[in-house]
Each structure stands twice: as C-alpha cells, then as structure tokens.
Design a protein around this ligand. Sequence first.
Ligand code: ES4
Ligand code: ZN
Length: 326
Amino acid sequence: QDLKAFYTGMPKTELHMHIEGSLEPELMFELAARNNIKLPFATVEDVRKAYDFSNLQDFLDIYYQGMGVLITEQDFYDLTWAYLTKIHGQNVVHTEIFFDPQGHTDRGVSFETVITGISRALEEGLETYGISSRLIMCFLRHLSEDAAFATLEQALSHKDKITGVGLDSSEQGHPPSKFERVFAAAKEAGFLAVAHAGEEGPPDYVYEALDLLKIDRLDHGNRALEDDALVQRLITENMALTVCPLSNYHLAGVSDMRQHPLRKMLDLGLKATLNSDDPAYFGGYMNENFEAVVEPLGMTREHILALARNGIDASFTSVVQKQELQ
Ligand code: ES4
Ligand code: ZN
C-alpha cells in the first residue's frame, strides 16, 4: 500500500504508447456519432467485451477497426487531449507517443490531418499540464517496404514535429530486415529509431533490429531473455527496453503476472522501462501497469526508482542530449 502511494505519486515518463491505442470506447462512440460511422457494437460494454484477445493479430484486427472513427483533425486532437488529461492525473510528466500514419492514410485521411491534430494537443499539453512530449512515427510492418518509403517521404515536411521512426504491427513473418533500407534513409534524414522486436518474434528479430535498423531503443524485447549472449549484449550496449506488462498479459502469453519478466530484467541489469502500450485496450495507463507487477513480482522501492530513472535516461530527450555532448 505504501509502495502504491510511492509509484502513483512519483513523476513518470512513458516511452511506449500508441495514441490510437488510447481510444476509449466512450470516445469511440462519440466520434462515430459525430462522423456518421456505424459501429458493430451497441454499447460501451459490448466493446469492452470484445477486448478479449488471444494473440497480437487478434488485438490488431480490433485496433485497426477502432481507429476507423478518427476522421478529422479535431478527432486526432480530442484523442490526444483525452490521453494527456488522463496521464496528467497519474503524474506522467513526459511522454513519447507512437502514431500509425498508414492506419489513416490508407483510409483516405491525410497525413497532415493526423499530424496537425496530434501536435496541436501536444503543444497544449505542455502549456496546460507541463507535459513534455515527443512523437514517433511507426511503419506498419505487415505493409510493404515501398509503402514505408512513401510514408517516410510524407514525414520529411514535418521533421520539426517528429523525433523518431518505429516499427509496429504483426511481427511474425515481418522481420526488421524487411525495413533495413527505410530505416537507413530515416536515420540519414536525422530521425532516431526504435522497433518492436521480441514481442512475439524470436531473438533473431532483436539482433536484426540492433544490427540492421540500428535502433536507439528496443520496444518490448521480452524474448531476448531466451538468448544469454543477446542479454549480455543489451546490457553492454546500455540498450533500453520499453516493457509493457498489461499488454504482455493480454497478448503475449504471460498468463500470471508472477511470471512476468520485468523484475528479472532489472535484476539482470537490463535498462527496462515500464509503459502502457495500448491503455484503452489492455486495462490501464501507467499506474495500472505498476499495480499489475509491483506486488506479484515482489518489487521494491528500488525497483520502482530504477524504472523511473531508466525512463528518464532512455527518453529521446536524453538520447539527443547525449548525442550532442559526444
Ligand atoms: C501494438 Cl501491442 C502492439 N504490438 C505491435 N504493434 C502494435 N500497434 C499497436 N499496438
Ligand atoms: Zn507497442
């Protein structure tokens, strides 16, 4: 109970959160009504009942369907503002937000509409709540390399608003190597890089993310623990992992939180951080993710502090600063 007061009151960073995954069912209904879109659900309760996933693809199908209510710039603003309001109430002071432009441009919503709505909310989040932020544009890995290149091209005129590129969506069968050239071009253009790897995919995909995509931070990385040499390398390179406990519980076969690898990662010396991934779909934001692991894993005040410190150290703001000092 004492620990709960500690992590809820603690200033926190969030480094792995898909803004489309923060769309709560209530707002989904509101936007559907506003945009004359018919949802395949009658009530908010029906939506929540559908959030019963057995794997990543199961979830992604519902996630892409859900984001279909986002049409106008105001929709993207409202989505982002709702997230910022929520995390302000949880003492999150810095957030690095993923967005999936291809999930929108493929439905006829322009890149400009998406980026303008999100960015306007982020600017206001800094003014009103004092929350600093960064934006990370993800490529959908189930789509082609060409499609990723076209998306990167669109991002170039918004370089001032986007700090990094990432890689998400269906991992199995879509290895990082598929995007080696796109990431090289993105890095050349000055973007930082992250990638989802080792969420469902094998340790080999983590090696590829390191060696071919030259990532600055690893998203998930859970399956790296299957390979001792890889673990040693992540420690030596001081590579941060953005771990998402409630997401793993709902998608990645962690059926009992006492089996979750987060504490083991910290005890091994890996630079693990705690994040919410898709808070509207997986049952909670930052505090709920702390709550899911602290007691089941017997974590101490020191573990919680390490997560907070790692979050600051692994933030793109810190990464940029370190690069400038070199
Ligand atoms: C995602 Cl949990 C997860 N994994 C991969 N891609 C994603 N996009 C949104 N949430
Ligand atoms: Zn994710």
